[in-house]
Design a protein around this ligand. Structure first.
Ligand SMILES: NC(=O)c1ccc[n+]([C@@H]2O[C@H](COP(=O)([O-])OP(=O)(O)OC[C@H]3O[C@@H](n4cnc5c(N)ncnc54)[C@H](OP(=O)(O)O)[C@@H]3O)[C@@H](O)[C@H]2O)c1
Length: 254
């Protein structure tokens, strides 16, 4: 049974892998045997992340680029394939969020969020999808959010982008099958730098603890099983799906 989730011999690209959920995803895939190519913009933190994975006995590589930069992305994908021979798994995880009401949001900030959280996943899935079609194997895991199925004040661009990402996932599943699966992993509230403001908000934490069956914030460890399911052979017949991992948040009206 453990072979079902093995990543031995696989090459996985994880965007936003220098910290937070992406770093944990990279460690998880490396721990299961994959060669992991970690992507982020900031060289120093990315290097430290990769060094940490290697120190733990994993195989990892750092490729720094901005996922919203189409030219850089195109060059980077070609370089990764040249260097590692293939890309078996793409985890579109890099994401940003601004907290302002729609009526106070500049078009520039809206575009930055949609470019990072949605358009980059489209551009990377297009470039890597072509390669996966040619090699007749692939797993694409798009990191969406409970904000891909719910609305919430002050995060309009993020909510729109995550809803869009779930829609894009369904079309990619239709176009890239049968040998390539495309799914979303949609986390609830997991402690990272992205949501420090909410972690420090007692009222919000109380709401979360009451509304989730799990009665707590999530941790990045809570997502490991779902990631491995969607990234490995275990998930061969799962495609076009959004797997929500939220402690029950979107299922329960407390
Ligand atoms: N934390 C949660 O509760 C939660 C819940 C649901 C969904 N998510 C989703 O999970 C993903 C990761 O969130 P997180 O909480 O781990 O965020 P985080 O701690 O802020 O980390 C974001 C990562 O993305 C990278 N990144 C940001 N913009 C980039 C760009 N333009 N090009 C390349 N890399 C970029 C960052 O590195 P650089 O800044 O160096 O580029 C960093 O490695 C996001 O898509 C987020 O929407 C998170």
């Amino acid at each position: 049974m453990p072979d079902l989730f093995s990543m031995n011999g696989r090459v996985a690209v994880v965007t936003g892998a220098s910290r937070g959920l992406g770093l944990d995803f990279a460690k998880t895939l490396a721990g299961a045997g994959a060669t992991v190519v970690c992507v982020a913009r900031t060289q120093a933190t990315l290097r430290a992340a990769v060094d940490g994975i290697v120190a733990d006995g994993g195989t990892a590589d750092a490729v720094a680029f901005d996922v919203t930069d189409e030219a850089a992305l195109t060059t980077a994908v070609a370089d990764i394939i040249a260097r590692h021979g293939r890309i078996d798994v793409l985890v579109n995880n890099a994401g940003i969020l601004y907290r302002t009401p729609v009526v106070e949001t500049t078009t520039e900030d809206w575009r930055r969020v949609v470019d990072t959280d949605l358009t980059a996943a489209f551009m990377l899935s297009r470039a890597v999808g072509r390669h996966m079609l040619a090699q007749r194997y692939g797993r694409i895991v798009n990191i969406a959010s409970v904000m891909g199925v719910l609305g919430r004040a002050t995060v309009g661009g993020y909510v729109a982008a995550k809803h869009g990402l779930i829609g894009l996932t369904k079309t990619l599943a239709a176009e890239l099958g049968p040998a390539i699966t495309v799914n979303c992993l949609s986390p609830g509230y997991i402690r990272t730098e992205l949501n420090v403001a909410l972690q420090e908000n007692r009222e919000f934490s109380t709401m979360l603890e009451t509304r989730t069956a799990a009665q707590r914030w999530g941790t990045s460890a809570d997502l490991r099983g779902a990631l491995l399911l969607l990234a490995s052979d275990a998930g061969a017949y799962i495609t076009g799906h959004s797997l929500v991992v939220d402690g029950g948040l979107t299922s329960i009206l407390a």
